[in-house]
Design a protein. Structure first.
Lengths: 332, 283
């Protein structure tokens, strides 16, 4: 168990190291003077002194006159002090503060959508497997759902429920007329705005996991232990329960592997619904050429995915006893 | 001879494969010959009246700016197929290269390549693509294919490595080694043919994956800067109020095409799986 955890931790540490290195490397590696590039495109600083001030600030921050290894060390030092630079688009807010404001919306949107989609998708997939009528009807729909680009389903749902039927708002996290408080009206409004982005993420997740589980269950029902149980005359429900317990393991690993794709899906969904999470921020950052904010978003996304991966590893330890005993489990 | 006719028999009987390849063929032909039927360039301001619903002149209507949606659509389809073919192809190739090397060599080479694969597997691909694309002022379609291919390979490498691992200890591989065959030839002639069907399936999945990744990148505004794409169409539609004004002809076709193409690829995948693997055939 210790070995398993240590192995994983090493991988995550290396990944984080690589991500930070990429984050440092790319602005310096790309052609052109990044500071000039950035400042000529900044819309906020129009007078000469402000531009000069910002140029000096960034030149110091980038430390372009220092030797490369020192620039690199400084980058890490700043990172550990929580300094990711200052957003040019939301000048003069520090990038970390901008991101901190956005992250709760991401968590609020992603965690329920991913967990519920995974859970119900798996349950349903297991239920649909080997039942001819359900299978013929559900399988094509699930395949179409996994093939649907996240933003398109979001667009369709926003259009249908927001415009054609007109029962859900299609932009923002809460009405402009309200101020964030803990009142019931505000919370209801928050949920009202949250529902469509959540639903569009949930539906695609659901389809993907349902297919995966259905295929797994069929595979497990063909396995020797299932045949043996059947031969012993065990009730169908018991055989299925064992099949499900075995089939859920690769699905947990699958969740860890798919996190990157899911996060990407959440980013574009937020763009469709103007939902003020990191995805929406990222679009604004790209359109305004706010490089510090883009880099900050990158680090936050990587960090979030790493943390989620670690949590899944811990869950795996609980669910699969083989990993605890130091034997080779599914995810090794 | 008998084997071949059997495969052919199951191929022609397999509805999933036939329907899937039919859809792909339809869109492929549309992408190939469609652009020759367009009256306007994709980004040309064709209609002075702005947004118009589909008509006999504008087959798929016009955008908010009066651009011809049909022209954008067929040219976007072209870009989609290019990304799928090149991006997905590159992803498969890199995955094969790393998977075969790691699996066949074993030992320290395997340890290093495996650790590298696991690292790239954990990093959210899109985040890396974002940061690279954001710093490039001018981006071409080929660059997008390159980036997607170079980040999409890890799971391919992992799966191929595992299979190579189990194949390399078989007798026929030992025999090939004893007869003095070079490692590259052993992999090509002895190991790869055993997982040919798997490699085909992997390529199909990579093809679809590359299309979806490209759509995401384009939609966030980090796609190619000089061409139109289906993702970009959807971004413009969302940003320029196609939803509140109900211009469905602007945002429905691009997403529908992507869904149909990727869905058809998945369907082909399942169909081919049934042909290659007799256990899965429906009798």
């Amino acid at each position: 168990m210790r070995r398993y955890l240590i192995r994983k931790m090493v991988i995550y540490a290396l990944t984080f190291f690589l991500a930070v290195t990429i984050d440092w490397l790319i602005p310096r590696f790309m052609p052109g003077d990044p500071i000039r590039n950035m400042l000529t495109r900044v819309s906020v600083a129009s007078n000469a002194t402000a531009i000069q001030m910002m140029y000096d600030y960034y030149a110091r921050l980038f430390g372009l006159d220092l030797p490369l290894w020192q620039q690199y060390l400084n980058f890490w030092k700043a990172l550990f002090q929580g300094d990711l630079g200052i957003s040019t688009y939301l000048f003069p807010t520090p990038v970390v503060d901008v991101l901190k404001r956005a992250v709760p919306y991401d968590v609020f949107l992603l965690v329920p959508a991913v967990l519920l989609g995974w859970y119900t998708g798996n349950k349903f997939g297991a239920f649909a497997a080997r039942s001819k009528r359900l299978d013929n009807f559900v399988l094509p729909i699930s395949y179409i759902l996994t093939a649907t680009p996240y933003m398109w389903l979001g667009i369709l749902m926003a259009w249908f429920f927001g415009i054609v039927v007109g029962i859900f708002p299609i932009a923002g996290a809460y009405s402009f007329s309200l101020r964030p408080t803990w009142s019931v009206t505000f919370l209801l409004d928050l949920l009202h705005h949250w529902f469509l982005p959540f639903a569009s993420l949930f539906i695609i997740e659901f389809g993907g996991w349902a297919i995966g589980m259905r295929n797994m269950i069929i595979y497990e029902l063909e396995a020797e232990y299932s045949r043996y149980l059947n031969a012993l005359g065990a009730p169908k429900s018991l055989v299925r329960k064992y099949a499900f317990d075995n089939a859920i393991l690769p699905q947990i690993t699958g969740l860890a592997l798919k996190l990157g794709v899911i996060v990407a899906g959440a980013l574009v969904t937020e763009v469709v619904f103007s939902y003020p999470g990191i995805g929406y921020l990222l679009l604004a950052a790209i359109q305004n050429q706010d490089y510090f904010l883009i880099q900050g978003c990158f680090l936050f996304i990587v960090l979030g995915v790493l943390i989620a991966n670690f949590v899944i590893d811990l869950v795996y330890l609980v669910v699969d006893p083989r990993t605890r005993r130091g034997m080779v489990g599914e995810s090794a | 001879m008998k084997k071949r006719s059997e495969v052919l028999y199951f191929t022609l009987r397999n509805k999933k494969l036939l329907i899937g390849s039919g859809i792909i063929l339809f869109f492929l032909i549309l992408a190939l010959i469609g652009p020759t039927f367009t009256k306007y360039k994709p980004l040309e301001y064709a209609s002075p009246r702005g947004a118009e619903p589909p008509s006999t002149h504008f087959w798929m209507g016009t955008t908010f700016f009066g651009q011809d949606v049909f022209s954008q659509f067929v040219n976007g389809l072209r870009a989609t197929f290019v990304v799928g073919l090149l991006g997905g192809g590159l992803g498969t190739l890199v995955g094969m290269l790393i998977g075969f090397t790691a699996g066949y060599r074993g030992g320290i080479v395997d340890e290093i390549l495996n650790a590298f694969t696991n690292i790239v597997l954990v990093i959210p691909t899109l985040a890396v693509l974002l940061i690279i694309a954001a710093y490039l002022q001018v981006r071409s379609l080929l660059m997008e294919c390159l980036f997607i291919g170079l980040t999409a390979w890890p799971w391919v490498a992992r799966a191929i490595r595992a299979q190579t691992f189990s194949l390399r200890t078989r007798e026929f591989v030992d025999l090939a080694k004893l007869s003095g065959m070079k490692p590259l030839r052993i992999i090509r002639d002895e190991i790869a043919p055993n997982m040919m069907s798997y490699l085909v399936l992997v390529f199909i999945l990579q093809f679809g994956g590359a299309i979806l990744t490209a759509a995401t990148l384009d939609f966030i505004g980090l796609g190619p800067t000089n061409t139109i794409s289906l993702g970009l169409m959807m971004q413009y539609a969302v940003l320029w109020g196609a939803l509140p004004f109900g211009m469905w002809w602007w945002f429905v076709p691009p997403g529908l095409a992507i869904t149909a193409i990727v869905g058809a690829l998945y369907s082909m995948n399942v169909g081919l799986d049934e042909i290659f693997n007799p256990k899965l055939r429906e009798i």
